[in-house]
Design a protein around this ligand. Structure first.
Ligand SMILES: [Zn+2]
Ligand SMILES: [Zn+2]
Length: 603
């Protein structure tokens, strides 16, 4: 027998091996095989008769039987094709740690066919409603979170309903492998995991619950290179399972699904909301991080022994007008232009248009164009000067790791004032703050990314949920009438999604079109540019594809090409790229990368 084995590598084709006598192997089984001088774990994608080829032999099997059935392997094939990632990488990262002792196949196998319409739970008490649904269902539920901490928290919450299996890497490998088997055997009906549990064997009629579907953390770097939401919806659709998703501020994609009836929206009555006000900072020379309104509210909250969160963001390289509040944007793409102080140029990260720095605002002719920004350090300094006796902590979990992050987190947990980025907000539970203030969310609204507004809106809404109903949310902004701010103030989701969907439709952004970013990073800028030309040539003439010119990254080494297409974008792109030899070679050498449906724009 000969087997074709795929590995966790950016190589599209599998490798063939001879099966030693006495070893039986089937498709979907993990095996150990020699590759480039080492034994590596791979997945068997095909078994065929020996035709006398001279091949290396397999080392051994990893499990006595396959963990994935044929329909699951088909799903993996769909994920791999749609994310333009190798089948091996996609499959192997979605499997549990190797365990020599057991077999873990789904009991009945999935039914397929029509399942219930997916449901999206929003509004106050959405998680309590989810738990009620899970308690009321008499089948298995697999609950997925964006990270291991979330999985641990949910395991505890669901523990009140019964035994909970942990399928995430927050538990030891052996426990995880055992949990995978226990789900398959139906020993427990509650399981919690992260994206690595997406293929866990589930019985017919099971539910997959996805927490905070809008989070970018559901698509971290690495395989599977697809948002957990998209895999969840595809799997539940194929297998006839129930999908329940929660979100405070749904992704624009899902809101659109609900609008068009492909998904059911379960929204609660609006809960009590804090007083939300927008402090207009136009025309104010910003020598102070806090406007009088935010400074006053901070003083009052501290006097009442209530906690304060001050939201800051990493400095964005964009320019804004201090007089009218306009952000300098690309005329054709409507996203902020990236400012390079060194070259005194403004560049669009999407279409590559480059403009020399202008000396007056195109909107009001004002002459105070300045880089946006209040970094966390400057804000901390300003707050310490004003509130010398308060306990003040700075927390930026996105930029700090390890012991330093732990120390920051500990300090933040006991501080009166936390100055933090998006991730720091997770420290606080619902209605636990007296005041949340955003120093300059225009920095977020203006990021050179078409999703910038959606993300800023989600952050402001999440902050409002964390303030007590008799507390305050103050947003300092140069765009005080922006619809995202208005929607938060009015606690009205529709007031955000309606104009946002209109913007996306008019400019051809997701969910109406699909995007991909092709990055080539050869040893030198010149080499990258040459390769980018080859990619551009390969894509020229591909049907239903808009290809933007290649743009250099900040260090001028890599080149980035943005392409826009329709629902069939991955297939069109794959066909066009496969035709070019140089491009194929670059992909297998790992110097060319394709990111389909990017959630975070590279800086
Ligand atoms: Zn202006
Ligand atoms: Zn542009």
């Amino acid at each position: 027998m000969i087997v074709d084995v795929a590995f966790d590598a950016p190589i599209a084709h599998p490798f063939s091996y001879r099966v030693p006598d006495g070893m039986t192997i089937v498709r979907g089984q993990r095996v150990l095989a020699p590759l480039r001088g080492a034994s590596r774990i791979g997945i068997v994608v095909d078994v065929r008769p020996d035709e006398g080829e001279k091949l290396k032999a397999l080392v051994r099997v990893v499990e006595p039987a396959p963990l994935l059935d044929a329909s699951t392997l088909d799903l993996v094939g769909w994920i791999a094709a749609n994310s333009m990632t190798s089948f091996g990488s996609t499959c192997l990262t979605l499997m549990p740690p190797p365990s020599p002792t057991g077999v873990a196949r789904a009991r009945a196998g999935a039914a397929g066919g029509d399942g219930p319409t997916p449901e999206l739970l929003t509004g106050a008490g959405r998680e309590a409603r989810l738990i009620e649904r899970i308690a009321g269902a008499n089948t298995t539920t697999l609950l997925l979170t964006a990270d291991v901490e979330g999985a641990a928290r949910w395991a505890q919450r669901l523990g009140k309903l019964g035994r909970v299996l942990r399928l995430d890497s927050g538990v030891a490998d052996a426990e995880r492998a055992q949990a995978w088997r226990a789900v398959a055997a139906g020993e427990a009906t509650l399981a919690v995991g992260t994206r690595s549990a997406l293929l866990a064997p589930l019985p017919m009629g099971a539910t997959i619950a996805l927490i905070d579907e809008h989070e970018a953390a559901h698509k971290p770097p690495g395989a599977p290179r697809m948002h957990t939401r998209d895999i969840t919806l595809e799997r539940t659709r194929r297998d006839g399972l129930r999908a329940l998703l929660t979100s405070a501020t749904p992704s624009v994609e899902l809101w659109w699904h609900c609008d068009s009836g492909r998904m059911r929206l379960d929204a609660a009555e609006p809960a009590a909301w804090p007083a939300v006000s927008v402090a207009d900072t136009r025309g104010i020379a910003r020598r102070e991080a806090l406007t009088p309104a935010l400074a006053r509210a901070t003083r009052e909250a501290l006097a009442a022994h209530r906690r304060v969160f001050l939201g800051v963001s990493r400095l964005a390289s964009i320019l804004g007008c201090d007089e009218c509040g306009a952000i300098l944007k690309c005329e054709s793409c409507a996203i902020a232009l990236a400012y390079s102080p060194a070259g005194r140029t403004l560049t669009c990260r999407l279409c590559g248009r480059a403009l020399p720095l202008m000396d007056a605002c195109p909107a009001c002719r004002g002459r105070r164009l300045a880089p946006f920004g209040w970094g966390a350090e400057r804000v901390e300094h300003a707050v310490r000067r004003r509130f010398a006796s308060a306990r003040i902590a700075r927390f930026d979990p996105e930029a700090t790791r390890g012991a330093k992050a732990d120390a920051q987190r500990q300090a933040a947990l006991s501080a009166d004032v936390v100055i933090g980025t998006r991730g720091a907000l997770r420290l606080f539970g619902p209605a636990s703050l007296g005041l949340a203030g955003f120093v300059s969310p225009d920095q977020l609204l203006g990021l050179p990314d078409f999703r910038a507004t959606e993300r800023a809106f989600a952050l402001l809404w999440a902050a409002a949920e964390r303030v007590t109903p008799d507390g305050q949310l103050i947003i300092q902004s140069q765009n005080p009438s922006h619809y995202a701010l208005d929607a938060v103030a009015r606690q009205d989701l529709t007031a955000f999604y309606k104009p946002e969907l209109k913007f996306r439709a008019e400019l051809g952004y997701p969910p109406f079109r699909r995007l991909a970013i092709i990055t080539v990073a050869a040893r030198s800028g010149a080499e990258s540019a040459k390769l980018a030309d080859a990619v551009g040539a390969a894509l020229a003439g591909a049907p239903r594809l808009t290809v933007y010119p290649a743009t250099p990254d900040r260090r001028n080494r890599a080149r980035r090409i943005v392409v826009k297409g329709h629902a069939d974008l991955p297939r069109v792109l794959a066909e066009a790229l496969e035709g070019a030899d140089t491009v194929g070679a670059a992909r297998s050498r790992g110097i060319m990368d394709v990111e389909v449906d990017p959630v975070e724009w590279p800086s």
